[in-house]
Design a binder for this molecule. Structure first.
Ligand code: HEM
Length: 147
């Protein structure tokens, strides 16, 4: 069961973090140069269909993995234990991802114009950086070198 859940967690990570890296590194630079929204909107419309289910998989498998390593959720925000610190960091990154997604959905996208492209760009880079941090924190659960 652990191997299956970890495999799902790694596949979800490949979709979520990989998709955002392609958006930031391959789609965004050209859209900024040409001041065009369409390439970003086209990518987001396709990515959303696999990205959001992948994020749901990350939350469900992540909570299962966290509970397996540290069975007392009350301790997940304690900075005492190394495992708890990693889980707490994951939950903070999750809160940040949800806040950025809500801001985009409610404030940014409804009022999107080419003039607001730099704001959208900053937003895309912030979500991508959070996605990369999810991978680094997850990997560090094995090594315990950073947290
Ligand atoms: C988009 C979101 C996420 C991404 C990209 C992500 C990515 C990763 C990666 C790449 C690993 C390393 C797996 C390995 O060592 O083979 C990992 C491990 C882990 N992740 Fe996540 N993760 C995400 C969300 C979450 C969430 C929300 C939680 C919940 C608290 C979580 C909890 C864990 C735990 C506990 C491990 C260690 C598993 C183990 O070694 O037994 N992750 N994550």
């Amino acid at each position: 069961m652990y191997q299956l859940v970890l495999a799902l967690h790694l596949l979800g990570a490949a979709v979520w973090t990989g998709g955002h890296l392609i958006l930031s590194l391959a789609v965004l630079p050209a859209a900024l140069r040409r001041r065009e929204l369409a390439p970003l909107q086209a990518f987001e419309a396709r990515f959303e269909r696999v990205g959001l289910p992948a994020l749901a998989v990350q939350v469900l498998t992540g909570l299962w993995l966290a509970h397996r390593l540290a069975p007392t959720p009350n301790a997940w925000f304690s900075i005492e234990g190394q495992l708890e610190r990693h889980i707490g960091a994951k939950l903070v990154l999750l809160g940040l991802t949800v806040a950025l997604a809500a801001h985009a959905r409610l404030r940014l996208i409804p009022r999107l114009t080419p003039e607001r492209l730099p704001l959208l760009a900053a937003h895309i880079v912030a979500v991508t950086a959070t996605a990369v941090l999810f991978v680094l924190v997850g990997l560090d659960v094995r090594f315990g070198a950073w947290l």
